[in-house]
Design a protein around this ligand. Sequence first.
Ligand code: GLU
Length: 453
Amino acid sequence: MSTSTLVALPAAVQPVYDTVVARNPHEPEFQQAVHEVLGSIAPVLERHPKFVEAGVLERMVEPERQIMFRVPWVDDAGRLQVNRGFRVQFSSVLGPYKGGLRFHPSVNLSIIKFLGFEQIFKNALTGQGIGGAKGGSDFDPRGRSEAEIMRFCQSFMNELYRHLGEHTDVPAGDIGVGAREIGFLFGQYRKITNRHESGMFTGKGVQWGGAEVRTEATGYGAVFFADEMLGVHGDSLAGKRVAVSGSGNVAIYAISKAHQLGATAVTASDSSGFVVDEAGIDVDLLRQVKEVDRLRISAYASQRPGARFVEGARPWEMPVDVAIPSATQNELDESDARALVANGVRVVSEGANMPSTPEAVAVFQAAGVLFGPGKAANAGGVATSALEMSQNAARQRWSFDDSEARLREIMRGVHASAFEAAERYGRPGDYVVGANSAGFERVAHAMVAQGVI
Ligand code: GLU
């Protein structure tokens, strides 16, 4: 993406964007995320002059606090390694800072800030009392032993603990951070603080304070969101052919729920390429390959009769009714979008954060595709984190079925809020405008009420 190819912003918000670009010059992902929100909310500002008077926008694009720190650790060969750690605490107006940690070599301040900014509106849309944050490190877990991962997590927490707490900042997982890493991070927090503070982290193992359905929630939620969008048109996911990208937590459970709802998910991918399985991706095998054996995706095709591996490509060339991009930001560009549209795609539900470039979103919307942006479609993960916080606070454990029913209800609510706001602002069916406006309104009202902070 280059900012020059972005559509012009309404005059009322352009100066805010210009300031963001000037202040954050080498942060293209952060600029992209801000541009998308600003492109949606000018009519909201027009309707609520007090948002403008209170400088809500100017304050919202500046994180409340940004933490960057050194993470030194010693690898198995006895060599010293130094990584960079981040936590961007963007907004606490609706609740404690909330958002995941990402461990991936591509992580930098721009990526953490775009994710943290998105998280504010996503979390607001869930209707729960959670602020927005994101963090992580440029640490690459691939190829590292479990002992190395533990030492890294402990060193990371040696600094981060002082900024966390169940009423302050509650991290969770994201790319490269799953139950194993959360266990090491939580353990070190407990050791340093001498507090077993269950609600200071979500995504914990279900044996020690984690919530049922949290692991599945992001993928399940993205599928529920697709089903809701189709439901408006009297249709459903049953019988649909689905392309999913990625092979992590989000992709695995998106595929699983798509199958449960009567659809067939025919692809999964990683950075080396994608696999096609016309019979429907075998979720147990995919989990075995990616989460237990931690192999590349080609191993799926070699162990599954009838499946094939396509090297160096993305699944968007496949003819499908529904696409659920669940890998990473900007993984689906304009030419991918054109290919999907030419092949008849009707629904795109973003399981990842900002996987479609702005140009791709424009292609989908011009073609009348039902497009569910990540901050609405993948909100089920963080919403279930809020359920985990509730259970921890009340020292309760809810059943899987009860938790899944709540997730389904939350996704219905997220869809309804985005759908209703799009209608109210004269853009029926535009879930980008709807999600941004509904999330922004909630945050802005709270900011006005709580004064200039
Ligand atoms: N990283 C996930 C997200 O993007 C989950 C955050 C959380 O549960 O706090 O929403």
